[in-house]
Design a protein around this ligand. Structure first.
Ligand SMILES: [Zn+2]
Length: 237
């Protein structure tokens, strides 16, 4: 059985850390952690409301939020119904370096933080809420890895298209850069979905996993006709 916790940016962070940035400890500002908790509780509740507004209910509670340093910048654990997300103040220099890298060599801490807020607290967070919906539908341990990840991307893409398309406009070039500049891990002649499902555990700690996540996000952005949130939720089975 594959791992319950599914991540997007973990390997990229590891790659950046190996490139020289130190993973020194940071002084955590408790007020910032609390501000993140308030912000993410509101985003969680907005997603749950959108599910209800689309005509659906979930037999389990909304996920409990843990505001902790999570190297993947977001994860959902079905067995405990806990969703982890980080406050910028909790992150190590190594983890922050990834967001500096996205913003270029002269990026300020403010620019890197803004990138983190878009990526982790919008795109990744709602992707993880998509995994919560999969648990609502009792398919977390039934669907194969590719279907789970692409399904969560599909839900997140539909949600943001209806609530704030600028999130997708912002994320698209990030994922396009990964797909075009990083090596395609799929061997010649093999099907991407089959390869991902067969090699899921081995891909986990490699940049190839990030390539797949970027590939699936773009596929979800470009689906035509674009599914409504109600359709994406209904088709989670
Ligand atoms: Zn995921």
């Amino acid at each position: 059985m594959f791992k319950a916790v599914r991540v997007i940016f973990a390997v990229a962070a590891a790659v950046v850390m190996c490139a020289g940035a130190s993973a020194q400890s940071v002084k955590v500002d408790a007020r910032e952690v609390e501000a993140t908790r308030v912000q993410m509780t509101a985003m969680r509740d907005a997603f749950v409301k959108a599910v209800h507004d689309a005509g659906f209910t979930c037999p389990i509670a909304a996920p409990r939020l843990l505001i902790v340093d999570v190297p993947s910048f977001g994860s959902y654990e079905p067995s405990t119904n806990e969703l982890k997300t980080s406050s910028w103040t909790q992150m190590t220099d190594g983890e922050r370096a990834l967001f500096h890298k996205f913003m270029g060599p002269n990026s300020t801490d403010e620019m890197a933080r803004a990138e983190f807020e878009d990526g982790a607290h919008h795109w990744v967070f709602v992707h993880e809420m998509g995994h919560w919906w999969q648990e609502c539908q009792k398919v977390s341990n039934v669907m194969k890895p590719y279907a789970l990840e692409f399904g969560a991307d599909r839900i997140a893409a539909a949600y943001w298209k209806e609530h704030d398309p600028s999130v997708i406009e912002h994320q698209r070039p990030v994922f396009e850069a990964i797909v075009t500049r990083w090596p395609n891990p799929v061997p010649e002649g093999q099907n991407a979905e089959t390869y991902f499902n067969t090699n899921y555990e081995q891909l986990g700690p490699t940049p190839g996993y990030i390539w797949f996540q970027a590939h699936m996000c773009l596929k979800a952005y470009d689906e035509k006709p674009a599914p409504s949130l109600a359709q994406a939720l209904r088709e989670t089975k």
